[in-house]
Design a protein around this ligand. Sequence first.
Ligand code: AHR
Length: 494
Amino acid sequence: MPLSAKLAVRADMTYGTISPHLFGHFAEHLGRCIYDGLWVGEDSPIPNEGGLRTDTLEALRRLGAPNVRWPGGCFADDYHWEDGIGPRAERPRRLNLWWGGEESNEFGTDEFLAFCGRIGAEPYLCANVGSGTPAEARDWMEYCNWAGDTTWARRRAANGHPEPYHVKWWSVGNENWGCGGHFEPEEYAAAYRRFATYLRRLGGGCRLVACGHSTPDWNRRFLGALHNWHLLDHLSIHRYYSRGHQTEFSAADHLGLLAEATFVGEDIKAAADALDLHVGPPGGTKSIGIIMDEWGVWHPQAQQGLEQINTLRDALAAAYVLDTLSRWCARVTMANLAQTINVLQCLIHTDGPRFWVTPTYHLFDLYRGHMGQEAVRLLADGPQVPVRRSDGREIQVPLVCASASVTPNRTEMHLTVSNRSPDKAAECTVTLTGCPPASGVEGRILAGDDPALHNTAEEPARVVLEGADLRAEGDTWTWALPPLSVVGATVKLG
Ligand code: AHR
């Protein structure tokens, strides 16, 4: 017996615009994310564009990667950006305090901004608060963005980029409650105020991001101590989750991972509540966005360089996160999956000249159609299973989850629907209200017969996207989704 789910799309009820930045990325100087994954150097036999590996660039371009956060993570709060500019042979070698080994600084600000330029992504820089100074952070902003004739602008020109880069997104530290300096929230508020005073003065149009936490107490205490709302544009939070072994997991752990992913929505809600309490709800005099600038699965097997195997199960858990972000699009301004290449829930794996993408890469491809569209209400009434989460709470985990968005002129709708059941197909009946009827559909499907399925260097195409055999006419139709599958479809309206 297949499962049955009703998906009622209310196109007349919108949550807001889905910023493309909700599908953002994160690349840290950690393990083989930057070196090997992204940067191979100009003299490498691996095909590259100015030292940036071509296969990685092409894959991220194909995905329409909207932004990349850099240089960390924990690495950021011990990174001195001036080490990474100028002639490469003269750059100092430093210890990578958090992730081990030595940092050659071969890949620095100009290389990162060239990378963003080549894939069409906006850069999001994380300034060093933990071991750095406000002066160092404001100098970095001047180096990147000043159009005039100061020493920093001249240094940038001498390094090959006379035009300012116009970097808009700046965060003031990373996890400053932990690796970013072990601050108390009130101490961080004082540090944030200092850093942001100079960054704001220099870069009026830049977006400044403060470090928040998934524990609401940090956010409340930080916001309670800050007051100077004009210095703050966004509050960032992080969420990692895991359940069981990366590949050898039980059916219970399959569902368990799906349950852990539900923390994301609760973290956003808690951050939104803290902001409402201290700053006032959106639409008031000041509105502060929420950025989830690290999220994803972190398996216990991620040890050396935080490398792990990324399976279909991980992508199915991420589908629910992307649906959640779309529902919260009025409050969440950016999200960054951790991390882009070779680290944690990456999109891409490399190994010297070898290159392959993960099921999560394909998932992001299926969700591309939501970028910049209006999120509309989708009421999913389908099978749920009770699962005990790591916080001890038993929650109902939906096996079928979905999200929908429409173009502003309502001529197209993008629908993403997942059936996360390990063994049952799902008959998903979609009904439309508040928009013209459907008159055709094109879609693709990510599916497999085992949640542990993953791609490898030897078998890079075990999990791929395929064309989906779908029909959508009028205002009701039914799609049959196989077990362990996600469909991404664009429905023509009218
Ligand atoms: O993504 C790996 C690490 O996880 C980051 O450096 C840090 O911010 C987080 O704890």
